[in-house]
Design a protein around this ligand. Structure first.
Ligand SMILES: Nc1ncnc2c1ncn2[C@@H]1O[C@H](COP(=O)(O)OP(=O)(O)OP(=O)(O)O)[C@@H](O)[C@H]1O
Length: 321
């Protein structure tokens, strides 16, 4: 089991030893995770990792084989009704009706969520449309919206009952960069109100720009959780290489670097030295500042590290049987 814990703030989502089986197939394998309140928390993993299965359990749409889930302290398997008040779920490829206008669709759901009075519903629908920047489409027919616009309307629907925990399955798929930026702003604003957003994608860069922290899932297992930098470390790929192009005094520079924190193997090629660096951005910037302070003159300082995306591909491939 891999325990993922992000910080010591109040916990909004707690998953304990979650397992989901489909017949003989284990789709979610002993996952434990804590997500603090106010977080925009990402779940990244390749196709078939178990993201949707995990989300469907959190949204009370599916019983796990075993395990426990608490949302805002409520045991969702014990108290489904209360859990459904807390959670807002936006499924991957959510359907919209063909015979309703945007406002009618939202009004219908607002009524279903128990917002009784017409005026209150109208106000709440307007607020949610504003939140996703779709106010100008309130009279459009749902089925005539583009994919990105549909995603936004479905997100507005998810916001109607002011859920404290939002579970969004691939909300950015099909969105253009501008719409992704709007989505990111909307999610961050929600998090500022104390809501917690749990959002999935199989594309890391999509999540990295949107989330405060994230976790990585592959073949049903949780591999790591934390900030992007922590996850990178946990996946065992903190190492990076930097290539330094010196003007002169290469031997002296190498002797100075030798034994400094995080400095591994060094390889020289003419005036260039490639150094294995085990550490974070701070350590890398310290090395650069140190060399300059010592008077070593350089033409360039080039970082060469695997992108996070590449690390994930490596992880996915190393887990492939
Ligand atoms: N109803 C089902 N019956 C049998 N197997 C299923 C069922 N639903 C999902 N699976 C399998 O469980 C695994 C996890 O699926 P899940 O949909 O949770 O993954 P995912 O990470 O959301 O993938 P994607 O990014 O492709 O949506 C997959 O191998 C899938 O084939």
């Amino acid at each position: 089991m891999m325990e993922g814990e992000v910080t010591a703030r109040p916990t909004a989502i707690e998953i304990r030893d979650l397992r989901v089986d489909y017949g003989d197939f284990v789709a979610v394998d002993d996952v434990s995770l804590k997500v603090p309140a106010g977080e925009v928390f990402g779940l990244v993993g390749p196709n078939g990792a178990g993201k949707t299965s995990t989300f469907r359990v959190l949204a009370t749409l599916m019983e796990p084989t075993y395990g426990e889930v608490f949302l805002d302290g409520v045991d969702i398997l014990e108290d489904r009704e209360q859990a459904r008040r807390i959670v807002g779920y936006m499924p991957d490829l959510a359907p919209v009706p063909t015979d309703l206008k945007v406002w009618e669709f939202l009004d219908f759901h607002a009524a279903a969520y128990g917002i009784g009075r017409r005026k209150a519903r109208r106000e709440r629908v307007a607020e949610c449309l504003e939140e996703v920047r779709m106010s100008d489409q309130r009279n459009a027919w749902c089925h005539k919206l583009s994919r990105g616009q549909t995603q936004r309307v479905v997100l507005a629907k998810t916001l109607l009952h002011r859920p404290r925990v939002m579970i969004l399955d691939e909300p950015a798929s099909g969105l253009d960069p501008l719409a992704r930026r709007d989505l990111r702003t909307a999610l961050r604003n929600l998090a500022k109100t104390g809501a917690t957003v749990f959002v999935s994608s199989h594309i890391l860069s999509e999540l990295a720009e949107m989330c405060t922290s994230l976790c990585v899932m592959n073949r049903g297992k949780l591999l790591a959780a934390g900030t992007a930098e922590e996850v990178r470390r946990l996946l065992g790929n903190a190492g990076r290489k930097v290539t330094l192009h010196f003007v002169s005094r290469v031997e002296h520079a190498m002797a100075w670097m030798e034994g400094k924190p995080g400095i591994g193997a060094m390889e020289r090629e003419g005036e260039r030295v490639t150094v294995d660096l085990e550490g974070d951005d701070f350590l890398q910037s310290e090395l650069m500042a140190g060399l300059v302070n010592e008077g070593f003159r350089m033409l360039s300082f080039e970082e060469r590290r695997s992108s996070f995306e590449e690390i994930l591909v490596e992880v996915a491939e190393s887990n492939r049987k």
